[in-house]
Write a protein that binds this ligand. Structure first.
Ligand SMILES: Nc1ncnc2c1ncn2[C@@H]1O[C@H](COP(=O)(O)OP(=O)(O)OP(=O)(O)O)[C@@H](O)[C@H]1O
Length: 242
């Protein structure tokens, strides 16, 4: 079940972006501020009109999919972590089951465990810290067991232990067949944990491929305009300035 963007052009945001995303893999979308990463993710989730282009889930245009089916198949975590309702955490995570029309305990429990928020399940959602809020909202996405997990900066508010445990969990989801697409600012996380990196620069794809190629030092210097060097072994790399 591929997710594909064809010739996505959205005024001032994306310019003829075409991608075919494979299930069972983790793709990182990287790029400087304003490059179009969130716009691309929103368009892939069917939340931003695709302009002259189109987004396809398998062979079906996403815009034509019934909303409930789209919500069942694509889980989307936006960049802004806002919780509108001050409900208990468990109820909020259960909202992930809405597209399925059930409140199955097993996927909700699995999501609470994956994000290490079992001890928060009775807390009011609006009483949480920033990182706890981020984990709860991601748990809601996971509870819906989507074929595609599209997450905008899911690691940004998390401490290092929760970052690594979430990355491990997303890898497990990919191994189980899900497609995982993450907007990441941390290039070392992209380098070490993704299978493929798409680099956006001012609305166009500047590089796309295996991590070591797409995040090659020269690409980073060209796109981000900073002198850097990778150190360490593959999958354990760190980025340092030169
Ligand atoms: N609702 C909107 N209407 C018009 N332009 C927008 C809108 N949202 C974003 N933009 C513009 O589109 C461009 C891409 O924004 P986008 O949020 O996709 O970038 P990004 O790569 O996710 O950036 P960041 O790293 O800062 O989150 C930016 O120039 C931004 O100002």
């Amino acid at each position: 079940m591929r997710l594909a963007a064809a010739q996505l052009s959205i005024a001032e945001r994306l310019d003829r972006v075409s991608l075919i995303l494979e299930p069972g893999t983790i793709t990182a979308i990287c790029g400087p501020n304003g490059a179009g990463k969130s716009s691309l993710l929103e368009a892939l989730a069917g939340l931003l009109p695709a302009g002259d282009g189109a987004v396809f889930l398998d062979r079906q245009q996403i815009a034509a999919l019934p909303l409930r089916e789209r919500a069942r198949r694509i889980g989307y975590l936006p960049q802004a972590h806002e919780i509108a309702w001050d409900v208990p955490v468990r109820s909020l995570v259960e909202l992930g089951r809405l597209p399925h029309g059930d409140r199955l305990a097993a996927p909700v429990d699995a999501a609470l465990d994956a994000l290490d928020i079992r001890d928060l399940e009775n807390r009011r959602a609006q009483s949480l810290s920033g990182g706890e809020t981020a984990r709860v909202l991601l748990a809601r996405v996971l509870a819906s067991e989507p074929q595609w997990i599209l997450a905008d900066e899911p690691l940004a508010a998390l401490d290092i232990a929760h970052q690594l445990s979430l990355l491990k969990h997303l890898r497990r989801a990919a191994q189980g067949g899900a497609g995982v697409v993450l907007v990441l600012h941390d290039l070392a996380h992209a380098m070490n944990h993704a299978d493929r990196v798409v680099v956006l620069d001012r609305g166009v794809v500047a590089a796309d491929g295996a991590c070591e190629d797409a995040l090659d030092q020269q690409v980073i210097e060209r796109v981000w305009k900073v002198p850097v060097r990778w150190i360490g072994e593959p999958r354990h790399r760190a980025l340092v300035s030169r």
